[in-house]
Ligand binder design. Structure first.
Ligand code: GLA
Length: 385
């Protein structure tokens, strides 16, 4: 962080305030958030930090120290157009805040991150949330975490063009060290579920395949779920979306659905069920049982939801053959990125070493492996010097 402060002082000749928002791992509950379902993410100890000061004009100067690229725009622009790069997350949040009536000031923002980009660890939600926090704090606006998460999601849906659910933004705002959050994405209620890191370690294995979700299969899957819920609602009273369909009711009416839609629905409905059971098992310390649900979740994402890819499947298969692993699955939107592995603490280092080797031998690509800790949601850093 001192590097960020120094670089900021050099460029803008001022002492900044520092805001941060973390990346996340989703322990289980994939592609359920936009179906009003359940998810179980945790914030991780990798984050995006923004150094920020006020300006006395209406300009927003943004610079990414990580990517060594910058841009300037006017905070009052009426109809900004996305550029298709990282700056859209910043600009989108500024735009939606302004559209919702928040009176922002011009600002200098310098950004750095150690969240791997495009790796399914939610680097986009982190930059959105950190931006939202920086801009509102500089303007002395107090914003509740739920509201901030909603605005950031809206920026991603409407400005970036990715119809994501609320999970990533919400956990970036509300993460807690030592816990995952069971989120009911219908009414936005959350319950903290403790993750005992003396009993299990979170290991993330990056396949190094960059996922591209915006404007792609992600939005197609979401539309397929809406179609499925629409059809099922004709047979099952009270169905607004897939959250409302129980596994038993699904069995009764699944034959009414076209085959692809049936598979998508089967994933979401079974995954919702798995999340609730998994949260209970984690609370009870049944890590073996939790691991079995991780395996089932991955299979369902691979075969029914079809958002995995060869490299993710390979990484999961390799992990399942290693000692000391409770379970392995893809995490996040899919089509590349990371797998989440739950490992016995005493086996974690060995696991990292072995899987790195095995994946390299199988694919010719050297993966990055991160042993993570659960972490606090977004906030402001106290700058001490
Ligand atoms: C991405 C989206 C989330 C969620 C996951 C899949 O990370 O941003 O809203 O849908 O994919 O679970």
């Amino acid at each position: 962080m001192s590097q960020l402060v120094k670089a900021f002082q050099n460029k803008y000749k001022d002492n900044p305030r520092i805001f941060r928002a973390p990346g996340r791992v989703n322990l289980i509950g994939e592609h359920t958030d936009y179906n009003d379902g359940f998810v179980l993410p945790a914030a991780i100890d990798r984050d995006t930090r923004i150094a920020a000061t006020l300006r006395h004009d209406r300009k927003l100067m943004i610079f990414s120290l990580t990517l060594d690229s910058g841009l300037e725009f006017n905070i009052d622009e009426d109809a900004p157009r996305p550029r298709g790069d990282w700056s859209d997350y910043v600009r989108g949040v500024a735009h939606i805040l302004a559209m919702e009536g928040y009176r922002l000031n011009g600002a200098n923002l310098m950004i750095e991150t150690d969240i791997p980009i495009g790796a399914g660890l939610s680097s986009s939600a982190a930059i959105e949330v950190a931006t939202g926090l920086a801009l509102t704090s500089l303007a002395e606006i107090e914003i509740q975490p739920l509201e901030l998460a909603r605005i950031c999601q809206r920026a991603e849906n409407e400005f970036v063009g990715m119809r994501c659910g609320i999970m990533d933004q919400l956990i970036a705002c509300l993460g807690q060290p030592g816990a995952a959050l069971l989120i009911d994405c219908r009414n936005m209620t959350t319950k903290s579920v403790s993750v005992d890191e003396t009993k299990a370690r979170i290991v993330l294995c990056n396949t190094m395949v960059k996922h591209k979700l915006a404007g792609s299969e992600y939005n197609v899957r979401r539309a397929e779920c809406e179609t499925g819920a629409g059809i099922l609602s004709k047979f099952i009273p009270g169905v607004r979306n897939l959250r409302d369909v129980s596994p038993a009711k699904f069995k009764e009416y699944e034959h009414e659905l076209p085959s692809n839609i049936r598979k998508r629905c089967r994933h979401v409905i079974s995954e919702n069920d798995r999340v609730l059971t998994a949260a209970r098992l984690l609370e009870d310390g049944d890590l073996q049982g939790f691991g079995r649900l991780m395996t089932q979740s991955h299979r369902s994402l691979r075969d029914d939801y079809q958002v995995s890819c060869l490299e993710l499947d390979q990484m999961v298969d390799l992990a399942e053959g290693l000692e000391g692993v409770f379970g392995a699955r893809m995490t996040g939107g899919g089509f590349g990125g990371c797998t989440f592995n739950l490992a016995k603490p005493e086996a974690a280092e060995f696991f990292c070493h072995e899987i790195k080797q095995a994946y390299f031998e199988a694919s010719g690509v050297l993966p990055e492996i991160y042993i993570c800790r659960t972490a606090e949601g977004a906030g402001e850093f106290e700058v001490t010097s």
